[in-house]
Each structure stands twice: as structure tokens, then as C-alpha cells.
Design a protein. Structure first.
Lengths: 491, 515
């Protein structure tokens, strides 16, 4: 068994605001106007009824829900600004209080890149392997199941959780659990992990991210699942991936408010039905490539939208899951590094509480262990760079400077020996083999990932809870199979 | 050649993708190419990373070092000036100690802003609050040959090539000698000026050391300006002088600095402390050692020539405790902003330090990850001028495509720091209402109008013929080839070019191999 190294979140010494109060007020007012006048498409009758019950205006024929501004404002006021996302080991609990940015792995990839360059579809075993790697990296604050458990097509989301928990002591966030029935199984799993309901609410070991559909639409399974999770006290976030030019207007502010309106419509429902439930806001807008129609996550001018998303979440009074990392590159290299740095730095400066996106290539679809190690190195760079600058007496070192004087050197000073050890260098760059040949950092990352996977085995889940989780997922499997065969009951 | 240019940054002047390499012939005979307007980083949000109390502590430490430890000035002229103004000079050791009030009085004469002029006045850099102009990197010693791709010692023609590339990139506000004109021996620094001013209309910042070479450089700058008075008004040349850590100046550097300052040519003092060898192993300690070197040099220049345009720069490096190697990039990039804030706290303009990866090659993960934060941090701290794009292997090796890759990182930062326009037109509420829930925006006039300007294609999103996107390194190499074949900036007037050649010949006779 290996100890999981302490988390190293990004704690910026300074925070910055990129939009001014007037601009944020304009954006919020625009979202409210959209919600009141245009509304969102809500295909679930059950969810529409809940909206109607709490004062929303429902057009049953068009399945569109419109939300009066004061209803939205009142509901959003009930959402907590911060809370704890629990971990299996309490020393890895994430306190969302705005002082630190915790970054998760990316999630739901579908392919694994093998060392020989070949690719294969992902399985539950890959989810487990990636969890173990993530557990060993202090830069990874919490775990998104990195890959889809495609060997369990009917209940992949639950198998992803089943593969994750035994392999990391960190908080797990699902981005695939959809629908009331899978959500109920996920809640059961979280309750087993927490031990009891009070702990589940105080330190939920699971959180969930639900995608809305741009423009201005909800997924019925997503919303129904979200309500089940929120009822149990599991933090639920909504993400809009509105894309400028296709599912959003071709201007960043237009796409931002269209996406924000989707998110706020969903958050409002949760607060109307389960007041005070922990929620988060996640605006990951993209830009359409006009030549190919593709979603670009990392266009030059689109990145500011991620920071705007962070500030909008805070303007609504809820924490954020920020869009950081994420690359369109096909292999680890210059592009993946160059694309990731700006959003990560800006979102950290803006005070984002959480973010996700480490470790996948090819627009969040392709997993390779070394990419996670490389992304962790970038995280460490941003962490060190935004940390407080030390101007203490010891750091200023005037005594040593006086001793060495003009034109001396500092090599033999004790201060040098003590302090140089504390300076942080990348474990990937500047490496040489024993015979002095430089090691390419991507190769060093591959070797580091292999070393971790050979050596790192985090504190296992106790047998009783492991058996219980397996039992829950087996029951879900049986039910899903029955439903698939047409013998089960509806959801 | 590909269609109309819809790209930002490097590509604002460079058609991208496609059949670039083909178009080699026609260019040089035709009319000169227009140099595209500059795109400096104008950060609408500034961030002070260190608080005033920390900056005061650093400044106090520098003043104490200057007063109690002193700095070595190996130049009789410098010692004379400093002694004459009340500094404590030890002639034997050449160490000068400075009373704090002398330092403060001298710095009060230094201008906060000035103009770094260009051959074409439209490219003059009027230094100001909140605007950062970047340069090429310098001064490398080896080049991956533009044609053969083999590594070889750098030469004057490389400076000329880089000047044309720099001229074509809106991200490049002014130019450094990207590599050394090693084929010109002792007068290489003058030949670098010649290669640059013949191939770019932008401002050039040289690295001329020594009184004699400085006087030749001033002659060259005077030819460019037209007269000594015009030179003082609009200096098209500035110069960068390195101190020697810890706490010493270089004789040739001091002589050149004094000569340039007298002529009104902006002079930068650059300290390069290395944590653990030439400086304490703590960042604050290294920065105050560097600051003391820079400030002592600036005090000398202000005492000798009050009001002379000067700028402040500290570039910090590390000795890797694992192997003693010189490391430009540790995990900590606070050196991108801390020295800038120190300079501004003194009321001086700052030359910020960005780019110059330790990666032995361009286009690698390391070359991306090390520099990726730089222009963003630089933009937030807002140094007036910033080095430098285009070198690898700890600013010693020129890769032709490196400047294009660095430019892409620069443009990402520049866009991220632009003010976001939130207006009725950009919010597009009418369009959102028209499309309604579950529709799409593809067919809207608003989409057609704005999509053209919304997406500025970076190097990473050049569509590949078979779908997906092209390798950014390949795209970068192609853009270099295109610039070399097609971008020929307005040439220097023949009379001035001839005059520069005459000055160089004289300098070569005096200092060259035969001298």
C-alpha cells in the first residue's frame, strides 16, 4: 500500500477580476431576460410540473419553461456559496472557499493510446488504472473517471464509479450518471462510502456534473437524475457547452449569456425543489470552426469565456467548475502545453474553486498516461508562479550578500545549500540518462507514469464497503438488462 | 496562395496553409511589402502581484546593499563621476558605496516614459502605461540553417533573415540581434545593427559594449536619424548593458553606457543573477542583488547625464542543484513579474523577461510549457518592453520556426487580456430569442457577420486536407518560408545604407582581424 501524497492545489497570492461589476450586471440581466422571455426547452413532464408548481410559466405544447426574474433571483439566493466535497480519506476533502483551485482529471474519454501508437476502446479497467495514476499526482485534486467503461454498455457510469473508488482516496465527480434510476444507484454507492446520511451530506464523496443542451434546452434524464442526487445532498453542477456560431451567437458575450441562461435555469430548479442543495456552475463555451463545424475549446479569443464563466458563477453566488486544460492535439507535445496555460492561469487568478481537464488528448477523447503527468507539471508551474512571493529576512539574505560582497560567489554558502534544495524544478525537464544523454520530457513523463503504475497502490477500500458497492452495481446491471429486454418497469 | 487573410497574429500578414513554399520568385523585385501594424499587449486589467510593503522591503534591501556592500565599477570615468557626486569610492577595489539619498535624487531625474523610435515613424514605440512591446530574443550563437536545417554557428545573414521575419510579425514591437553576427568578429555588434536596420523598419535594440564600438554605433544611429539632435529626439537605436553578478559592472559595458547616454540613446541595465552561484539561492535575495547592480548603473548614468532615457531589467536563472546546469525555467515563473514591479516601484520603465525556453529544440512540449505563461504574466504586470521570441536551448539556438510558435503563445495571451466588449450587438439577445430553445445559429445574419472576426485561427487550428488539423510545427515552418519568400520591407534609403557600410568598413579596419 502506498501513501497518497498531499494535494497541492493552486492557491494564488492575489486574485484578479477581469470583468467589472457593470459588465457582470449586464450579463446577469441578459440571462434573466432570456429566461423570462425566451425560456428553456424542458422535455421532461415531471420536471415541467415541478417548475410550474414553483411559479414558472410553462408552455406545455412547446415544452418550454419561462422563469420570471424574481423567481430566479430568489431561488439562486438559496444556493450555498461554498461547501465541502468529501473524499474517501478526509485529509483529501476539498473545501470550496475560494482560496484554492482544485483541478480534476478530464473525463469520459473513449480511447486509450498504447505505447506502440495503436488505439483501443476504453474499459472499466482503464478507469481504475487512471484513478491510481491520478491518486499519486498531487496536482490532481479530484477524479473524473477518465474513460468510459465501454465494456459495460448499459451501466457504464456506475461501473466507472465502481472502478474509481477502490483506486483513489480522492473525491470523485461523475459526468456520466444520467437519469433517475442510475442516480439512485449512485446515491446508494455514495451512502455506502460515506457510512451514513449525515456524513453523506456533510462530506459527500461524490458530486455530479450534468450537461445542458445548447441552445437553451435540457436533457430529461439529466434533469431527473440531478434532482435525485441533489435530494441526497450530493453536489450537482450544470455545464453548458454552447458554441459560438452554431449553438450560440457568433459573439462571445452572446454565447456566454445563452450558456449561462441554460445553467441558471437548471440551478434554479434544483434550488426551488431542494433549497440550499450544494450546486455549481460550469460554463465551457467553445467556438465553431467555420470551415469544419467543429467545436474548438482553445481558440485564441474563446479562452476569455472561461474566465467570464468563473466570474459569472460567482456573480450568481455559486462555486464554479472552470474550463481549464483540454486540447485538440493528437499527441503529447507543444500544442497541448501551449493551449492549456492561459485558461488555467486566468481561472486561478479569478478565484475558481474547481476545474477539470487534465490528461486527455484529441478534444477530451484520447487517454495516454504520460499526458496526465505532463499536465500535472504545468499545474505545478502555475501553482508555483501564483504563490506568494517571499520577502522575509531569510529570503532577502542580506547577511549572505554582505559576506560574499562584490564579485564573489555563493556556491559554498550554507544559505545556498539549504535554500537551493527548496527551489522547485520540474522532474521532467533537464533530465539525463546515467551516461549523460538528455531525456526528452515526454519520455520522462511516460517513464514516470509507468513507475507510478508499478509502485503506487493507494489505501484500498475495506472489504465490506467494496462488496457493498459491487452488490449495488450488480443489482443495477440486472435491472438494466431486464429493462433492455423489456421486462422491467419504466424509470 | 491561399485566400484573403482572416487570421490574427503572425498570420495577419502571412497567408497560411496550402501552397506557400511555391511562391518564391516574384517577391524581391516588386514594390516593398507593407509592414503590418503592431499588436502590443494592451492589458485592460493590470495585476500587482507583490504588495507595496513587499516592494518597499525589496527597495530597502537594495538601498542597504548599495550603502553597505557597494558595487564594483571598473572604469576610471565612472569612478570619477560617482566620486564627484558624493558616492564613497574605494579606488583600490573600485567598489563604490552609495548613500540612499544620492540614489533617490539620481533616480528622480530618470524619465518614466520615453520614445524608442523606428525607421518608419508609424512604428515608433511611445512607452506608456499598460502597453507592452515584445522583441525577438537575443543573442543566440547557433542557428538551425533556414535551408539545410543543419546546426551551424550564427552569422550576420541570420540577423537579416530574422529582421525580415520580425518586420512581418505584428507581435514584434522592436528587434534584438536574435543571434550574433559571428562572421564579423570584433565588430559583430555593429554588423548586427546594419543587418537589422536594412531589413526592418522597426526599432532596434543592440548589445554594443565598449566605448569605441559605442561611438561607431552612435555614428550609425546618427546617420539613420539625420542629425545628433534628431537622434536625441527619436532614437532608432537603444542598447542593453549587462552587469556582472554579483554586484559588479563590466568595463566595456560602462564605457558604452556612458557614451550612449550622452548621445540620448536609451540604455538598459540588465542583471542576470543565478540563484546559488552568482546570487543567493532565494528569489528575493537574487532579485535585490540584481536590483542593486541595475540601480547603481542607472544612478551613474543619471548623475552623468540627468534625464537620460534608461530602463531596468533583471533576468533570473537557477543553478540546478542536481547537476549544476544553468536553468532558465524552474517551475516558478514569478521572475516574469517581480522584477517588473520592482522597476515600476522605482519609477523606471522595465524590460521584462519572457520566452527563451531551455528546450534543446523548438516545437517540443517543453518549448511550449515553459513559455506558455510568460506573455500572460508579462501582460498582467505590464513591462513597457519585453524580450524575446524565437530562441531555444536557453536563448542560444535559433530555430527558424520558433518565433512563429512563440508568436502563437503571445497572441493567445494578448487576446485573453483584451477588454471584452459587452454591448447589445455582442449580447445578441434578439438573435437568441429568434433562434429560441433547441434551434441553431448557423443561418443567422448575425452569425455570418461576426464569425468572420470572432475566430482568429491560431497555428493549432489550420484545417488539414483530410480532416482534423495540421501539425502546428509544420504550419510554422511554412510561414517562415512564406515570409522569407514574400516579405521585403521598405528598404533603407541607399545613401544611408552606403553611409552605414562606410562606417562599418572603418570600424572593421580599426577593430577587425587585420587591425
Amino acid at each position: 500500500m502506498s501513501a497518497t501524497p498531499s494535494l497541492r492545489p493552486i492557491r494564488p497570492a492575489r486574485h484578479a477580476r477581469f470583468l467589472d461589476d457593470g459588465q457582470l450586471a449586464d450579463l446577469r440581466a441578459a440571462s434573466l431576460e432570456i429566461l423570462e422571455e425566451v425560456g428553456v426547452h424542458c422535455p421532461s413532464k415531471a420536471v415541467r410540473d415541478l417548475y410550474a408548481e414553483h411559479g414558472a410559466l410553462v408552455d406545455e405544447a412547446r415544452e418550454v419553461v419561462r422563469l420570471p426574474a424574481d423567481l430566479v433571483v430568489r431561488a439562486m439566493a438559496r444556493a450555498p456559496r461554498g461547501y465541502v466535497m468529501g473524499a474517501r480519506d478526509p485529509s483529501f476533502d476539498l473545501v470550496l472557499d475560494g482560496t484554492a483551485l482544485y483541478v480534476a482529471t478530464d473525463g469520459c474519454g473513449i480511447q486509450v493510446l498504447e505505447p506502440d501508437g495503436s488505439r483501443r476502446p476504453s474499459t472499466a479497467t482503464d478507469v481504475a488504472t487512471a484513478a491510481r495514476l491520478a491518486d499519486a499526482l498531487p496536482a490532481v485534486g479530484f477524479y473524473w473517471p477518465m474513460l468510459s467503461a465501454q465494456d459495460h454498455p448499459l451501466t457504464a457510469p456506475l461501473h466507472e464509479l465502481l472502478a474509481s473508488y477502490p483506486n483513489t482516496v480522492k473525491h470523485v465527480q461523475t459526468e456520466t450518471v444520467m437519469g433517475a434510476r442510475p442516480a439512485r444507484y449512485a446515491v446508494e454507492m455514495a451512502r455506502v462510502l460515506a457510512g451514513d446520511d449525515a456524513t453523506l451530506r456533510a462530506r459527500p464523496p461524490l458530486s455530479a456534473l450534468i450537461c445542458t443542451i445548447a441552445p437553451l434546452a435540457q436533457d430529461d434524464e439529466g434533469m431527473e437524475g440531478a434532482l435525485v442526487l441533489a435530494e441526497a445532498g450530493i453536489p450537482v453542477g450544470f455545464m453548458s457547452m454552447a458554441t459560438a456560431g452554431s449553438t450560440g451567437p457568433a459573439t462571445i458575450p452572446g454565447t456566454v449569456v445563452a450558456g449561462d441562461a441554460e445553467i441558471v435555469a437548471a440551478l434554479t430548479l434544483v434550488q426551488l425543489v431542494h433549497p440550499g442543495a450544494p450546486v455549481f456552475h460550469s460554463l465551457m463555451t467553445g467556438m465553431m470552426d467555420p470551415r469544419t463545424g467543429a467545436y474548438l475549446a482553445t481558440s485564441r479569443e474563446g479562452e476569455i469565456a472561461y474566465v467570464v464563466g468563473v466570474e459569472l458563477a460567482h456573480a450568481w453566488g455559486v462555486p464554479t467548475l472552470a474550463g481549464v486544460y483540454g486540447t485538440d492535439a493528437r499527441t503529447p507535445g507543444w500544442q497541448a502545453a501551449a493551449e492549456a496555460a492561459v485558461a488555467l492561469t486566468l481561472c486561478a487568478l479569478a478565484g475558481a474553486e474547481t476545474g477539470s481537464g487534465m490528461g486527455l488528448l484529441e478534444s477530451c477523447t484520447l487517454f495516454t498516461p504520460e499526458q496526465l503527468v505532463l499536465d500535472a507539471d504545468l499545474h505545478e508551474r502555475v501553482r508555483c508562479t501564483l504563490a506568494a512571493f517571499d520577502t522575509s529576512r531569510e529570503a532577502l539574505a542580506l547577511d549572505v550578500i554582505r559576506t560574499v560582497g562584490p564579485k564573489g560567489h555563493y556556491l559554498y554558502e550554507r544559505h545556498t545549500r539549504d535554500e537551493l534544495r527548496r527551489r522547485r524544478f520540474s522532474s521532467l525537464t533537464g533530465q539525463v540518462t546515467p551516461d549523460g544523454i538528455p531525456v526528452e520530457p515526454v519520455d520522462a513523463a511516460r517513464a514516470e507514469a509507468a513507475r507510478i503504475l508499478a509502485e503506487h497502490h493507494p489505501e484500498p477500500l475495506d472489504d465490506a464497503r467494496a462488496r457493498e458497492l459491487a452488490r449495488i452495481v450488480a443489482a443495477a446491471d440486472r435491472e438494466a438488462e431486464a429493462v433492455a429486454l423489456g421486462v422491467g418497469v419504466g424509470r | 496562395m491561399s485566400g484573403p487573410d482572416v487570421r490574427g497574429g503572425a498570420s495577419a500578414a502571412v497567408p497560411a496553409g496550402g501552397a506557400l513554399a511555391a511562391s518564391t520568385a516574384a517577391a524581391s523585385a516588386a514594390a516593398p511589402s507593407a509592414t503590418p501594424p503592431l499588436e502590443p499587449i494592451r492589458s485592460h486589467r493590470r495585476l500587482q502581484f507583490l504588495d507595496d510593503e513587499q516592494l518597499d522591503r525589496l527597495q530597502d534591501a537594495t538601498l542597504r546593499i548599495l550603502e553597505e556592500v557597494g558595487v564594483r565599477f571598473p572604469s576610471e570615468a565612472a569612478l570619477e563621476i560617482l566620486a564627484g557626486h558624493g558616492a564613497t569610492v574605494d579606488r583600490a577595489s573600485q567598489v563604490v558605496r552609495f548613500p540612499p539619498d544620492l540614489v533617490r535624487r539620481a533616480l528622480a531625474d530618470a524619465p518614466r516614459y520615453f520614445t524608442m523610435a523606428a525607421r518608419d515613424p508609424r512604428f515608433d514605440l511611445h512607452l506608456e502605461e499598460g502597453v507592452s512591446y515584445f522583441t525577438t530574443d537575443g543573442c543566440g550563437v547557433a542557428t538551425i540553417d533556414f535551408d539545410t536545417r543543419e546546426e551551424r554557428p550564427s552569422r550576420k545573414s541570420d540577423v537579416a533573415e530574422m529582421a525580415r521575419i520580425a518586420d512581418c510579425l505584428p507581435s514584434i514591437g522592436f528587434m534584438w540581434p536574435t543571434v550574433s553576427a559571428q562572421d564579423h568578429g570584433a565588430t559583430s555588434q555593429l554588423h548586427e545593427i546594419d543587418a537589422a536596420v536594412n531589413n526592418t523598419v522597426k526599432h532596434f535594440q543592440g548589445m554594443v559594449q565598449g566605448g569605441e564600438l559605442a561611438r561607431r554605433a552612435i555614428e550609425m544611429a546618427t546617420v539613420l536619424a539625420g542629425s545628433r539632435e534628431a537622434l536625441r529626439e527619436r532614437p532608432m537605436l537603444s542598447d542593453l548593458i549587462c552587469s556582472i553578478a554579483p554586484l559588479a559592472h563590466d568595463h566595456d559595458g560602462l564605457e558604452a553606457a556612458l557614451a550612449f547616454a550622452e548621445a540620448g540613446i536609451p540604455v538598459g541595465l540588465l542583471a542576470m543573477p543565478t540563484l546559488g552561484t552568482t546570487a543567493p539561492a532565494t528569489s528575493a535575495g537574487a532579485l535585490v542583488v540584481g536590483d542593486a547592480e541595475v540601480i547603481s548603473g542607472i544612478v551613474l548614468l543619471q548623475l552623468a547625464f540627468p534625464g537620460a532615457p534608461v530602463f531596468h531589467s533583471i533576468m533570473k536563472a537557477w543553478a540546478d542543484p542536481r547537476n549544476g546546469n544553468y536553468v532558465g525555467y524552474a517551475l516558478d515563473s514569478r521572475a516574469r513579474y517581480a522584477p517588473v514591479e520592482m522597476a515600476h516601484h522605482w519609477g523606471l520603465p522595465s524590460l521584462g523577461a519572457c520566452f527563451g525556453t531551455d528546450s534543446p529544440a523548438a516545437g517540443t512540449w517543453q518549448a511550449g510549457v515553459e513559455v506558455a505563461l510568460d506573455p500572460l504574466l508579462g501582460g498582467l504586470a505590464s513591462p513597457e518592453i519585453v524580450t524575446g521570441m524565437g530562441l531555444a536551448r536557453t536563448y542560444t539556438l535559433l530555430y527558424p520556426e520558433a518565433i512563429i510558435l512563440d508568436d502563437d503563445v503571445y497572441q493567445r495571451a494578448r487576446h485573453a487580456l483584451l477588454a471584452e466588449e459587452i454591448s447589445d450587438e455582442t449580447l445578441a439577445l434578439d438573435v437568441i430569442a429568434d433562434v429560441g430553445p433547441g434551434g441553431h445559429f448557423l443561418a443567422e445574419t448575425h452569425t455570418r457577420t461576426h464569425m468572420r472576426t470572432s475566430l482568429k485561427r491560431g497555428l493549432t487550428h489550420e484545417p488539414a486536407p483530410g480532416g482534423g488539423y495540421r501539425d502546428p510545427g509544420e504550419v510554422a515552418r511554412e510561414r517562415v518560408a512564406w515570409i522569407r519568400a514574400n516579405h521585403h520591407p521598405e528598404p533603407l534609403e541607399p545613401a544611408k545604407a552606403a553611409e552605414l557600410t562606410r562606417i562599418l568598413a572603418a570600424a572593421d579596419r580599426e577593430h577587425g582581424p587585420g587591425a
